[in-house]
Design a protein around this ligand. Sequence first.
Ligand SMILES: [Zn+2]
Length: 196
Amino acid sequence: MREDTAKKTTTEKTPSGDELKIEGSKIEELKIEGLKIKVYPDPVLKIPATPVERFDAKLSSFVDEMHKAMLLREGVGLAAPQVGVSKKIAIITYDGVFYVLINPRLLEREGEQEGEEGCLSFPGIYAPVKRPARVKVAAQDTGGIERVYEVEGFTARAFLHEMDHLEGKLFIEYLSTLKRGMIRKKMYKRAIGEDE
Ligand SMILES: [Zn+2]
């Protein structure tokens, strides 16, 4: 998930305590290491992810790597299939709060909102998407403890966008056939190196 706003400097702590300073436009100069983001039409993005069963140190360090990969690209959300791991793990960071959703379940949805949405797997592409305004979600944390989140507005949008990824569903599926076709065509051209 990506938010279409002016670039800004942010500092965030990863779950393991590392501090990452992200300086807006300088992000392009950073050497991006670690997890690679899969972009559409990579087939892993269309596969429903499987539940996480082991809550161990390996899981925590993977979530840490996902967090770094997301921040380095100025994302506000990232799902494990986007880094090629078909497991029910998603992270969201918004308004200074970092959420880890493992095996999330949508409990309640209410209202409607429309807003611009982007995705790290569709670089530079934004489109308006209708979503529920408020949601209640149960998810486990990296220790396997179940937590319940009640979120609204952009945070709710980000939760739903990332939870869709875990079902192999992409935000372009909410768009008109015409708009979806245009985005698909652009992404396929990029994949074979014909775009721009
Ligand atoms: Zn996405």
